[in-house]
Design a protein around this ligand. Structure first.
Ligand code: GTP
Length: 327
């Protein structure tokens, strides 16, 4: 007998750079009256996401095991959920931000295959973010090493789809993206947003996940195995000291000019010479931006950069970045 109601869980998916962390920050800072525990996970050997998420006491629980939820044993997730159960009076909703390369299936399965989890937690909805500017390109990558299948799975399994970054596309492009998404998932509600600024009532506490529907539409979903595309890799570099900003910008511009098509995602937290603030660098393909954040204060100045992409040459990137260190 279980007198307590199940804790609702929202699984957030979406391809690399679609805006998941932006949405998590929005959820953690907006006034919605819910207390939300966030489980983060990341494909990349150096953890950056937790630096980029607005910090707030113990809300963030990371799975920084250098791999994504889908291919680590689900026991990791089960353990974290059990741990949270011991503190259940402190929150009333759980949000799992899956890696940009994760297949949402194993996450969803966790809530059904493990009895103790199934008894205490209920999957509320799978929410998938879509990058309006890049999703078509990703879906079209259907070759042997294509990421199209992953991007497609994430859309197919969604209960709610948020087409984000609509500021970057015109109406015609938004129309074609919406039609494309609809052709993959005929039933999910589709919302649109800029910087993931959406009415949270439309994605939290909606009770949308319906196992009956999922199983009927794809009976194999509980067995599915998932492998990462081997040509995709993540290069994470951490350097002590400060970078010279103009050298960094010029190196990054040259690198992106040459390799932007293969760079799915670039994230970093950088120390710049003559600047007391931490600088966040965010990039998706050929677009990138540098944003100053909190001051370093007494903290040791280190620069961390993670690049996720195809055929990346670690030594070339390391050398390039080292060349930007301020002397
Ligand atoms: N122009 C524009 N940029 C956006 C929007 N939403 C997010 N971004 C930017 O896109 C970049 C990626 O956003 P994130 O929220 O980090 O994306 P993510 O899905 O968490 O990325 P991964 O962790 O790599 O999977 C950041 O530079 C954001 O500021 C938007 O609506 N419009």
């Amino acid at each position: 007998m279980n007198a307590l109601p199940k804790i609702p869980v929202t699984a957030l998916t979406g391809f690399l750079g679609s805006g998941k962390t932006t949405l998590v920050n929005h959820i953690l800072t907006a006034e919605h009256g819910r207390r939300i525990a966030v489980i983060e996970n990341e494909f990349g050997e150096i953890d950056i996401d937790s630096d980029l998420v607005v910090s707030g006491d113990e809300k963030i629980i990371e799975m920084s095991n250098g791999c994504c939820l889908c291919c680590t044993a689900r026991t990791d997730l089960i353990e974290i959920l059990h741990d949270l159960l011991g503190r259940r009076e402190r929150f009333d909703h759980i949000l799992i931000e899956t890696s940009g390369l994760a297949d949402p299936n194993p996450v969803a399965q966790t809530f059904f295959v493990d009895d103790s989890v199934a008894e205490n937690f209920g999957l509320d909805a799978i929410v998938t973010l879509v990058d309006a500017a890049h999703i078509e390109e990703h879906l079209d990558e259907t070759g042997e090493h294509g990421v199209g299948a992953q991007a497609q799975d994430q859309i197919a399994f969604a209960d709610r789809i948020v087409i984000n970054k609509i500021d970057l596309v015109d109406e015609a492009k938004l129309g074609s993206v919406t039609r494309r998404v609809r052709s993959i998932n005929a039933s999910a509600d589709i919302l649109t947003s800029t910087y993931a600024d959406i009415d949270l009532e439309r994605i939290l506490g909606i009770g949308a996940f319906d196992l009956t529907r999922t199983v009927t539409e794809d009976p194999s979903w509980l067995e599915e195995e998932h492998n990462h595309d081997p040509s995709l890799s993540s290069v994470g570099i951490s350097l002590n000291g400060s970078l010279d900003r103009s050298s960094f910008e010029s190196w990054l511009n040259t690198f992106i000019d040459a390799r932007g098509g293969d760079v799915y995602r670039l994230k970093g937290l950088l120390a710049m010479h003559n600047d007391h603030r931490r600088i966040v660098v965010q990039g998706v393909h050929r677009m990138f931006e540098l944003t100053p954040t909190s001051p370093w204060g007494q903290a040791e100045r280190t620069s961390k950069l993670v690049i996720i992409g195809r055929e990346l040459d670690r030594s070339e990137i390391t050398e390039g970045l080292e060349g930007c260190l301020s002397s």
